[in-house]
Design a protein around this ligand. Structure first.
Ligand SMILES: NS(=O)(=O)c1ccc(CCCCO)cc1
Ligand SMILES: [Zn+2]
Length: 255
């Protein structure tokens, strides 16, 4: 595992890191027995409506119209459908790794998070983000190899959102094209991996990574943490939070 030199997400008010965040899926995951009660996850993204792509100063985020149940995730550990709100990425610096989960100590170059919220029980995303069963985040590892045939649709737009707080239209993108062939997963109850670190996430981490090229990943690193008006330009990289102690939490495996 690479030596981590990433700034941990602390804030002035809460220097101590709270939240279990992304757990190290480090236990002998590969040998975890499959939990027969865990059915397959089902993604209904065909009617999804992407709206825009933005640089929020932490990552690049594609936001969706979540005013109805047009794009949901359900099944698996979820008690009801969860609405797709946004997806974003975490990545490392050149050559080092950038995933927020590790599998038996190994981290990947990057990790994609598809963020969904429980609109059956909560009135808004913000409210759901504070509830233990409020969010369901689908984590997908990015490993390096050949070019990903569809990721260029994202990386070609990154120059438009180079600076923090920049946003541009991004219609007609369906994240189904970013899924690996298998939807087998690990799942556990954890937290947001960035402030406010609420313990409100049902994590569903796919076992199979998608493959993207170093060149495509490099384009993410042309983004900046800093705003257009700031004179010091800080390249956006290593925007991942290292795994946190498992603290006895149970990780379950689908088949
Ligand atoms: N890296 S993550 O998937 O855990 C994640 C998802 C969403 C947020 C935003 C929470 C806003 C609360 O009002 C922050 C982090
Ligand atoms: Zn994330």
């Amino acid at each position: 595992m690479e030596k981590r030199t990433v700034p941990l997400y602390g804030t002035k008010t809460s220097p101590l890191l709270r939240g279990t965040g992304s757990l190290p899926l480090t236990s002998s995951l590969r040998r975890l027995p499959c939990d027969p009660n865990l059915g397959p996850i089902v993604l209904n993204y065909d009617q999804c409506t992407s709206l825009n792509i933005t640089n929020n100063g932490h990552s690049v985020v594609v936001e969706f119209d979540d005013t109805d149940d047009r794009s949901v995730i359900q099944g698996g550990p979820l008690g009801n459908p969860y609405r797709l709100k946004q997806f974003h990425f975490h990545w490392g610096g050149k050559g080092c790794h950038g995933s927020e989960h590790t599998v038996e100590g190994m981290s990947y170059a990057s990790e994609l998070h598809l963020v969904h919220w429980n609109a059956v029980k909560y009135k808004s995303f913000g409210q759901a983000a504070e509830a233990p069963d409020g969010l369901a985040v689908l984590g997908i590892f990015l490993d390096t190899g050949d070019d990903h045939r569809w990721l260029h649709m994202i990386t070609d737009a990154l120059y438009m959102v180079k600076f923090k707080a920049s946003v541009t239209d991004f219609k007609g993108f369906n994240p189904k094209c970013l899924l690996p062939s298998s939807l087998h997963y690990w799942t556990y109850l954890g937290s947001l991996t960035t402030p406010p670190l609420h313990e409100s996430v049902i994590w569903i981490v796919l076992k199979e990574p998608i493959i993207v090229s170093e060149k495509q990943l490099g384009k993410f690193r042309t983004l900046l943490f800093s705003g257009e008006e700031e004179d010091q330009r800080m390249r956006m990289e290593n925007n991942f939070r290292p795994p946190q102690p498992l603290k006895g939490r149970e990780v379950r495996s689908s088949n």
